[in-house]
Design a binder for this molecule. Structure first.
Ligand SMILES: [Fe+2]
Ligand SMILES: [Fe+2]
Length: 322
């Protein structure tokens, strides 16, 4: 039986795949890693994508042949079974091949990932929050410059390669959440709202240069050697230098928010938070990333199960079936 002859025309987008079904469709290879099982056998750990999302894949057979054929960024016809692994869907590949010209149903437009929400509206809302709450002229100018230079990149950027907000628009969604939470919490503790808003805006902007997602997901040279905290700091300093007479103490306080937002030296922050604002930004950053992991688990988890498998980042299994 030739699996490729079945379901020729109907697209099998990632967000519609169900556990237990067999699928044969076109997916773009975003990442490929050759690994070894406990027994020492080779297997391939893949990440596939289309415009609706990403799907992990495992290749257990013909590993050598497929490893030679596959190139990150390429589009392939992939056949296999959708299974549940640790609360997430993945495909166990039985067969794959390169696309050929005239492949029925193939549409190159199916592989441009777009944010799962109206990113232009969210971007506009983020900047209207900043505009309505920043009174310091230096910070207002900085926010305008950010919008001009990073607006379009920012609204399409991934929030991370893995773990949380790992999708187009993820960085914007994460940053927008932080802005809203800051506005709700800062008055309660008499915190410097304006400092916090600018710190949140810049804190992860370095992620736009830490890794690339096209044609394949890959850490950049700067990302691997510097990391996004340092790149964010650099972007802030370059932009701040374009604002006339930017006060140095204010600049240092913003820099502190950027470099301390991971909270601990072992998590990549060269300094731990030493101001109330820096402490809040760190906790909000953690809160938003953790809650996003919950949301992703609930979205991708097996609806038949009561609890997810153990989630490394959350340190527990979570309740799936309410
Ligand atoms: Fe970060
Ligand atoms: Fe963050």
């Amino acid at each position: 039986m030739n699996l490729f002859d079945k379901n020729k025309g109907a697209p099998r987008f990632i967000d519609s795949l169900q556990t237990g079904e067999n699928v044969s469709w076109f997916y773009r290879l975003q990442e490929i890693v050759k690994k070894k099982t406990k027994n020492g056998d080779d297997f391939l750990d893949l990440t596939l994508m289309d415009k609706t999302g990403r799907l992990p894949a495992k290749v257990w057979n013909n590993v050598g042949e497929y490893h030679k054929l596959l190139q990150a960024g390429g589009i392939y016809r992939i056949s296999g079974e959708i299974r549940d692994y640790r609360g997430k869907k993945q495909i166990t590949v039985t067969h794959l091949r390169a696309i050929v010209s005239g492949d029925p149903g193939f549409d190159p437009g199916d592989f441009n990932e777009t944010p799962p929400f109206d990113s232009e509206a969210l971007l506009a809302e983020a900047f209207s929050l900043l505009d309505g709450n920043l009174s310091d002229p230096h910070l207002r100018r900085l926010s305008e410059l950010f919008k001009e230079e990073y607006g379009p990149v920012f609204s399409q950027a991934y929030g991370a390669q893995k773990i949380h907000h790992a999708f187009a628009g993820g960085l914007l969604q994460h940053t927008h959440s932080l802005l809203k939470m800051i506005l709700a919490i800062a008055p309660q503790y008499e915190l410097d709202k304006e400092l916090l808003l600018i710190g949140a805006l810049f804190h992860d902007i370095g992620k736009t240069a830490e890794f690339k997602t096209q044609p394949a997901l890959e850490t950049t040279l700067a990302g691997g050697l510097l990391g996004h905290l340092v790149i964010s700091l650099k972007i802030f300093l370059e932009m701040k230098n374009k604002v006339a007479d930017f006060p140095e103490p204010l600049s240092i306080r913003i820099q502190h928010l950027i470099v301390s937002h991971h909270g601990e030296k072992e998590y990549g922050s060269p300094e731990v938070p030493k101001t109330k604002e820096a402490y809040l930004l760190h906790l909000l950053d953690l809160l938003d990333s953790r809650l996003n992991i919950f949301s992703e688990q609930l979205k991708n988890g097996d609806a038949q199960k009561l609890f997810s498998d153990f989630n490394q980042a959350l340190g527990t299994r979570i309740l799936l079936n309410k």
